[in-house]
Design a protein around this ligand. Structure first.
Ligand SMILES: [Zn+2]
Length: 255
């Protein structure tokens, strides 16, 4: 099985049973250019969308038009993707009431977004300046977050949890703990203490392996690199017994 980190919250995961993707964001503005393109998804059967922010959905209409892939998105985000040109025949409502994609026993759970804290907002505003702030505001209006969902799936007997934003409630995390997750794909973005927040979530879910994502400088100056070393330290402080698998930007890992 191979897992490729596309940057931000984007992944392509391949196994003998098939290939799926999550939250692909390839445009990256002034960020390091992505080596991936629409062609990278030609063997993917499904793209799952965590929430509607631009860094999770911006490139999906183009990916849909150049491939046969099905797009699984929560309510409002699906409607917006339709307005942006994804044909209805390719859109599937990512309902949390049923198995979404049978080969991988894919399920979606209601989740929540991190609340941007004041120190993060102020430091981001300082980096962006007036022009950058106006641009960020426009992106926020054009790409509302909508419903935030976490996805659980199984591949080759391994259990995965994909979280698109680290706003999970304690109740939700306790439920994920019961699922006995092998791989937890944990986002490190959206709060000035995100490493501590994410480490706490990981220590509740207790996966065998945590794979950090979204910590790259995906759209500067709006974004910045987040230290995975600090995340490791926090995990250690919380006595996390599992492993950290850090996939370098745009690289793959065999798992
Ligand atoms: Zn977001």
């Amino acid at each position: 099985m191979e897992i490729t980190w596309l940057g931000t919250a984007g992944f392509i995961i391949k196994s003998k049973e098939g290939e799926i993707a999550f939250d692909p964001f390839l445009s990256r503005g002034n960020g390091q250019a992505s080596p991936f393109s629409v062609k990278s998804f030609e063997n993917s059967q499904a793209v799952f969308v965590g929430h509607g922010h631009f860094d999770h959905v911006y490139d999906i209409p183009q990916i849909a038009s150049g491939t046969e892939v099905k797009i699984y998105a929560p309510g409002l985000t699906g409607q917006i993707l339709k307005l942006r040109g994804v044909p209805s025949s390719r859109l599937v409502e990512a309902s949390n009431k049923e198995i979404l994609f049978k080969p991988f026993k894919m399920r979606a759970f209601h989740s929540a977004h991190t609340r941007f804290d004041m120190p993060l907002i102020l430091s981001t505003a300082k980096r962006c300046g007036v022009h950058g702030c106006a641009h960020a505001l426009k992106l926020g209006v054009s790409y509302p977050k909508g419903l935030v969902q976490t996805y659980y799936f199984e591949m080759q007997g391994k259990k995965f949890l994909f979280v698109s934003s680290a706003g999970c409630t304690e109740k939700e995390l306790m439920m994920y703990q019961k699922l006995e997750v092998d791989y937890f794909l944990a986002p490190l973005q959206g709060h000035s203490h995100i490493q501590e927040i994410a480490a706490k979530q990981v220590s509740i879910v207790k996966p065998k392996v945590v794979i950090p994502h979204h910590h790259d400088d995906f759209y500067p100056p709006l974004s910045q690199n987040i230290s995975v070393d600090i995340f490791r330290e926090k995990l250690k402080q919380m006595s996390f017994a599992g492993d950290v698998l850090e996939i370098p930007l745009f690289k793959s890992a065999q798992i």
